[in-house]
Design a protein around this ligand. Structure first.
Ligand code: ZN
Length: 311
């Protein structure tokens, strides 16, 4: 008999709710606007009613509810002080849902790593890191076949590793964090800096920080726009150093890129491969360390990852 789980991905903009079968397929899904709910209790009531209606209409039982959310802590079951969500402080995600099925909670990048391990690009690996490049930069680290949580549950907050000492100001209070260079917003900032160096030479010049997106930069790069290509090249060089730092700590066999920026595919991966291999320490050069893109369907990967917590 098939097993089913609910997967919930809570983001600053959208909350994705889905029912996932144990072969990794999303059978039912819905999206809520996270910001429409002024308090956690109103929000959880709505999430609950969506879940109940899916379970009832599908006439199934679920083995658990997995939730991925920014700053969510597997030990406390709470979102803890997430800067990009409408609710402040500690938000208990279990209460109000755990009478339906057991609830397990972790941050979105850890959920992504579990999803890749069970159903995606990491199925054959014991030691790998999933790096999520989207609105922020996050990481889920598998070491010796175990997902690392650390003493306080926040292992893998790799977006706040320093890429450029004294560099761009990060929301976390530090300067020069990887997140300020390799997230979607970081890539846009890099492109804007490059425009000011090559004014009027790029088809991206008509955009500003409010209108430019990584998608637009990607499309311009595909058409051979020099500034757009240089933006990806620069981003790839930051990522190459960052990935080598991670490799030197965790001795991973693969690093898997997921999140919206991974949609750039070869435009990012090709220069990244080149710079990453150039920086490898000698004893890793013969080891076939893999750089891969997520193998989960982009629109469902967060739901699949969250459900993977409870399979
Ligand atoms: Zn930071």
């Amino acid at each position: 008999m098939k097993n089913y789980a609910a997967g919930i991905d809570i983001g600053g903009t959208n909350t994705k709710i889905g029912i996932v079968s144990d072969d990794g397929r999303v059978l039912e899904r819905t999206i809520l606007q996270t910001r429409e709910y002024s308090t956690p209790s109103i929000y959880k009531k709505r999430v609950r009613s969506e879940l109940v209606s899916m379970i009832t209409s599908m006439d199934i039982e679920i083995c658990g509810i997995g939730i991925g959310a920014p700053n969510a802590n597997i030990y406390s079951g709470c979102i803890e002080f997430a800067p990009n969500l409408p609710w402040k402080g500690m938000v208990d995600l279990k209460e109000g849902l755990d009478d339906l099925a057991p609830v397990k909670v972790t941050n979105d990048a850890n959920a992504a790593a579990l999803g890749e391990k069970l159903f995606g690009a990491a199925s054959g690996f014991s030691d790998f890191i999933v790096v999520t490049l989207g609105t922020g930069v996050g990481g889920g680290i598998f070491c010796d076949s175990k997902l690392l949580y650390g003493k306080f549950g926040f292992a893998g907050e790799i977006g706040h590793i320093t890429a450029v000492p004294g560099g761009r100001q990060c929301n976390c209070g530090r300067k020069g964090c990887v997140e300020k260079y390799c997230s979607a917003g970081g890539i846009v900032t890099t492109a804007l800096e490059l425009f000011s160096e090559h004014r009027n030479k790029s088809k991206l010049d008509k955009y500003d920080k409010n209108t430019l997106t990584t998608r637009i930069i990607y499309e311009a790069a595909l058409e051979g726009d020099k500034t757009a290509l240089e933006t990806f090249d620069t981003t790839a060089s930051y990522l190459a150093s960052f990935f080598n730092d991670l490799l030197n700590i965790f001795s991973s066999e693969a690093i898997i890129i997921s999140g919206g920026v991974a949609q750039s595919g070869e435009i990012l991966l090709k220069p990244l491969e080149k710079y990453f291999r150039q920086e490898l320490i000698e004893f890793y050069r013969e080891k076939d360390i893999k750089l891969l893109l997520s193998a989960l369907p982009q629109q469902d990967s967060a739901i699949i990852g969250a459900a993977s917590l409870v399979f």
